[in-house]
Design a protein around this ligand. Structure first.
Ligand code: 5AD
Ligand code: SF4
Ligand code: FES
Length: 360
């Protein structure tokens, strides 16, 4: 051991803690999240090995349907924020959403993710009717990602057949959360996640990486909170400044920072579903592949109809805007095979603790 290099010693100790599946603590999360470039390669390969042991070679595909770009909220980072009057808005009809789900199933997807801004035209009942229709006419699992709604809506959608819900916490730092969300609050966002968990959804959350003022210590706090929550799916992507938002002059997050977090998440959550996010692919041509080789096991290719795709512009430079669903399906399959992985044939439901212990 080289006692003259205290930073790498700290890294070695921290990695040993992670590999012993110690409870997540800042003392070892911070040195991993803030590690050097050369240490990062060791972190990624450790996470890749844990991914291989717990998830195998299968990559889960989720077909993403961005069904409305209309949003009541005003998140400082997002191109769809209500005050971005220049954003072109669209809303798919219920019939179009169901038809898109059918298209996804015909392309071989086992899950559709119904994602939108907070568009209240989709009342509790309207969205429930769409969920019921998809469930009645397909074998698809349904993941919802429609923002903060009340517990009754979440309960109704669960009863209608929704299996999973994605709601990123974005950051658990109270000051940073407040600075980014003038019209929301951290406790309300947390309460939504507790409600979703209690209602039996397979629970997804996540954060952005590289937000202004965010540090490794901030991300360590996020990891600890998501662990307490019992998150089962965790999506993380780099923050990418949008020119028509208050954060237009902020620095972008980076692929490397995000990969460190993906790898740490795999070590802390060996059973979780971790997507290689579109934002990673948007910052670097091989960003999603790199995430898949640093702990990730899910990809969410876009199946949104081509004519409206460019309007779901949460950040600039988003990939796949001029491609159609069939092209993306083929593209992603090729990318998965090119790194020696396989496309999962099952629904990729989260395994609950009881199943994990029995190996079911
Ligand atoms: N850069 C990266 N990700 C963003 N999101 C919103 N705006 C941006 C941006 N400028 C992410 C948020 C949100 C998800 C749908 O997209 O994390 O939860
Ligand atoms: Fe709306 Fe979501 Fe964008 Fe916030 S991040 S403005 S809730 S679409
Ligand atoms: Fe859409 Fe590659 S996944 S073009």
């Amino acid at each position: 051991m080289n006692f003259t290099n205290s930073s790498s010693l700290a890294f070695d100790d921290a990695l040993a803690q992670a590999l012993a599946f110690a409870a997540p603590a800042r003392a070892w999360l911070v040195p991993l999240l803030g590690c050097s470039e050369s240490d990062a390669l060791r972190l990624y390969s450790a996470a890749d090995a844990v991914r291989a042991a717990y998830q195998g070679t299968d990559v889960q595909l989720r077909g993403l349907i961005e069904f409305s770009s209309i949003c009541r909220k005003n998140c400082a980072y997002c191109g769809l924020r209500v005050e971005n009057r220049g954003a072109e808005r669209y809303r798919l009809t219920p019939e179009e959403i169901v038809a898109t789900a059918h298209r996804a199933e015909s392309l071989g997807y086992k899950t559709v993710v119904l994602q939108s801004g907070e568009d209240l035209w989709f009342t509790t009942e309207r969205l429930a009717a769409i969920i019921r229709e998809i469930k009645a006419t397909t074998d698809l699992a349904i993941t919802l990602s429609a923002g903060e709604r009340d517990r009754d809506a979440y309960a109704f959608w669960r009863e209608a057949g929704a299996d999973r819900y994605l709601l990123r916490i974005e950051t658990t730092d109270p000051a940073l959360f407040a600075a980014l969300h003038a019209d929301s609050n951290l406790d309300a966002r947390k309460q939504c996640l507790y409600d979703l968990r209690d209602l039996g959804y397979q629970l997804g959350t996540g954060v952005m990486v590289g937000l202004p003022g965010q540090r490794p210590d901030t991300l360590a706090g996020d990891v600890i909170w998501m662990h307490e929550l019992g998150a089962e799916m965790i999506g993380v992507g780099p923050f990418i400044p949008h020119p028509d938002t208050p954060l237009k002059d902020a620095a972008s997050g980076t692929v490397e920072q995000t990969l460190r977090l993906v790898a740490v998440l795999r070590l802390v959550f060996p059973h979780a579903h971790l997507p290689a996010t579109t934002a990673m692919g948007s910052l670097h041509p091989l960003g999603r592949e790199r995430a898949l080789q640093a702990g990730a096991n899910v990809v969410m290719p876009n199946v949104t109809p081509g004519d409206v795709r460019p309007k779901y512009a949460i950040y600039p430079g988003k990939i796949c805007l001029t491609d159609d669903a069939e092209h993306c399906r083929g593209c992603i399959t090729g990318r998965i095979h090119a790194i020696g992985r396989t496309v999962a044939a099952d629904h990729g439901h989260v395994k609950r603790v009881a199943d994990q212990e029995t190996g079911a």
